[in-house]
Unconditional design. Structure first.
Lengths: 191, 182
């Protein structure tokens, strides 16, 4: 069976983790993030995985070895994975979209959530240290940096846009009606 | 665990000594440069000197000089052997970090530059080595990444010379190991 590469994106605290969990539970999906090769590098030297350390390494490898070098590392992971469904979580650039489209079967999911709701969720979950004490202004500043702006521009390329402004049940319904339906179709197409 | 640190200038015989200890004494093996290769492999970047050097400079400047020692300590934790060889030590700071680990012994390999030059030409380890002139070799031998090696000799627990035959050299290495493990 050919694998299906699922590209996933959305702005800060939009709910990507929930989508990932659904795919892992339902399809035993494997997953990778563009930060994974950077995290693996920091691990070799026992360097703490702070945002600052990851950003410095990301800038270095792209300048020294080519702008595409991280996307290529992700691509190798996606190609090598033996799972039937493999997720690339946190796509940011148009080259990322092109990359997943280079696989025969791909599904691009964009999670769309209003910023007020995302702020409330971000404070509540404290995914990165300090998120829980972040003011709304801090959140907006972080949310409007360049990588986050680029994410918004990817929406028009998505196969599935999930509206995550409602209840968990409403998201779950969309996951089943939109995501599962699209994946079933791709899976059926393969048989 | 006994950790044998090995240092010496280009083509002094570090690799042969390490290989010998690994095969004869079933020792584990760690090379300082392996961590850079691991990173290059993550990004599928070829193992060219310019890439290795750029990475090494970036990592030290950004995350601190001690990170290679962190990597060695981490790698040592994954070894189960009684004896582990750590090769490719170049700087005082690296040696400081290793010397702080209980069970560390430091072996320095000495070999004169003419012998090393000839050996480097015939070993063909890197592209261009065979065509290298003596002047080019001397230049490489004293560049930023190599000139600090010689200063480590004073801190060696054992110094072994490698200007004779391979057998003579390895039997000296064996005597050192006999003293270490006894």
């Amino acid at each position: 069976m050919q694998k299906i590469v699922v590209g996933l994106t959305g702005r800060l605290a939009s709910g990507k983790g929930t989508v990932t969990r659904h795919l892992v539970e339902t399809y035993k999906a494997d997953k990778t993030r563009s930060s994974d090769p950077l995290r693996a590098t920091l691990d070799i030297f026992s360097i703490a995985q702070t945002r600052e350390h990851l950003d410095a390494l990301s800038t270095f490898v792209r300048e020294a070895y080519g702008e595409n070098v991280i996307a290529q590392a992700v691509k190798r992971y996606l190609a090598k994975s033996e799972a039937g469904v493999v997720i690339f979580d946190g796509m940011r650039r148009l080259v990322d979209v092109e990359m997943i489209r280079s696989f025969e079967h791909s599904l691009f999911i964009f999670v769309d959530t209003d910023k007020d709701i995302r702020y409330t969720r971000s404070v509540g979950r404290n995914e990165n240290i300090g998120d829980d004490t972040m003011t709304y202004e801090d959140f907006l500043a972080k949310d409007s940096d360049e990588p986050q702006q680029q994410i918004e521009a990817l929406k028009e390329y998505a196969d599935v846009v999930l509206d995550n402004n409602g209840t968990p049940e409403e998201l779950s319904k969309q996951l089943s009606e939109k995501v599962d339906a699209a994946l079933e179709k791709l899976l059926a197409h393969q048989e | 665990m006994t950790i044998i640190g090995i240092a010496g200038k280009i083509a002094c015989g570090k690799g042969i000594a390490a290989e010998h200890i690994v095969s004869r004494y079933h020792a584990g093996f760690i090379d300082y440069s392996q961590f850079l290769y691991q990173v290059l492999d993550i990004f599928a970047v070829p193992h060219e000197r310019k890439h290795i050097n750029a990475l090494s400079i970036f990592l030290r400047a950004t995350y601190g000089q001690g990170i290679f020692n962190n990597a060695v300590v981490r790698a040592l934790g994954e070894h189960k052997e009684e004896l582990v060889v750590v090769t490719g030590i170049r700087r005082e700071q690296e040696l400081d970090g290793l010397a702080a680990i209980p069970g560390f012994v430091f072996l320095y390999i000495e070999s004169d530059i003419d012998t090393r030059y000839q050996r480097n030409r015939t070993a063909h380890r890197k592209p261009g080595d065979a065509e290298m002139t003596f002047d080019q070799f001397q230049e490489k031998d004293s560049d930023d990444s190599n000139r600090t090696i010689e200063g480590l000799k004073d801190r060696a627990d054992y110094v072994v010379e490698n200007d004779g035959t391979r057998d003579e050299f390895l039997s000296q290495v064996d005597s050192v190991i006999a003293k270490i493990v006894s």
